[in-house]
Design a protein around this ligand. Structure first.
Ligand code: SIN
Length: 303
């Protein structure tokens, strides 16, 4: 059996299949569907310093080959997260990556400081890219100087690996990627959702309460592949792929393009076992093709 382990800075995943923040709750919700320890990592729903109710409904709309969401980062806040959510995650043997966001740069730093004493957090994913909130969100990943400074400030308070989650809603994603690399990020994850809108003709209204939301699912996979490729070409730190990964073929395409690992997102809403199915498909591909190590496959695309 091929060794599927991959390295993201000092973080070693047993395999490259993770679940994307916001599509897998705090993992307990999925515990009856498969053995969570089989996948490479779990990325929690975003945690912020203070609890947030999220946006008013409707906050989900189905679109052709995709889904629009405008959830608005609802979460229990960092203190409740530590008390209520971490006890389920701590005994797991997969990697636990806590996704953190804030209205301000200081919020990111403060939330990470509170999480630093908590056992079994293996890394942080800094959510610089939620398109659905008025304060924070895209402010951080649409401006290279801000993205670099916030990353540098968080870097000062933790030795744990930092993954910066980037938005495609910018002119140059690699400029922002370079900035977070300079600020001390160990990796980037890309892409978060694309800003989109859906209209209800009958009601003559937008389908989402916030008018626009974030588009995910198969519709965005080609955009994600292009952005991942651009990041891989321009950065020295690893790139983790997100964007319409529905099956093993999708995952393998991103690995071939140079991503060291992948996150399964929208697929979880259709098939809660999708991460395991994808992992099994990736493993089968490597075994059938007698590929010795995953590292020789990653980035081996012929251009
Ligand atoms: C949301 O909660 O609005 C989605 C999360 C995100 O896009 O980062």
């Amino acid at each position: 059996m091929t060794d599927l382990s991959v390295k993201i800075g000092s973080l070693v995943l047993k395999n490259p299949v993770m679940v994307a923040s916001g599509t897998f709750g705090y993992a307990e919700e999925f515990k009856d569907f498969f053995d969570l320890n089989q996948i490479g990592g779990i990325i929690t729903k975003t945690v912020t310093l203070e609890p947030r109710p999220g946006n008013a409904p409707p906050r989900i709309a189905e679109t052709a080959s995709g889904m629009l969401n405008s959830i608005g980062l609802p979460n229990v806040g960092v203190e409740h997260f530590i008390i209520e959510k971490m006890p389920f995650l701590q005994p797991l043997s997969t990697k636990i990556i806590v996704n953190v966001a804030g209205k301000t740069g200081e919020d990111f730093v403060e939330a990470v400081v509170r999480l630093e004493d908590v056992d079994r957090i293996d890394a942080y994913e800094l959510n610089y890219s939620c398109p659905n909130v008025k304060e924070g969100g895209l402010t951080f990943s649409a401006n290279a100087a801000i993205a670099e400074q916030v990353t540098r400030n968080v870097r000062k308070v933790t030795n744990r690996p930092l993954i910066a989650k980037l938005t495609p809603n910018v002119t140059s994603i690699s400029e922002i990627g370079k900035a977070v690399e300079n600020g001390g990020a160990d990796a980037v994850s890309a892409i978060n959702t694309l800003v989109g809108m859906a209209v209800d003709l009958g009601k003559k209204r937008p389908k989402l309460s916030t008018i626009t939301g974030g588009l995910s699912g198969p519709a965005i996979k080609p955009v994600a592949l292009a952005k991942v490729f651009e990041l891989v070409q321009n950065l020295s730190i690893p790139v983790i792929a997100i964007g319409g990964i529905m099956n093993a073929t999708d995952a393998l395409e991103f690995l071939l393009t140079g991503a060291v690992a992948i996150q399964v997102g929208t697929a979880n809403f259709i098939n809660p076992r999708a991460p395991l199915d994808i992992l099994e498909g990736v493993r089968d591909y490597f075994d059938k093709n007698r590929i010795d190590g995953i590292s020789s496959f990653i980035g081996s695309i012929k251009t």
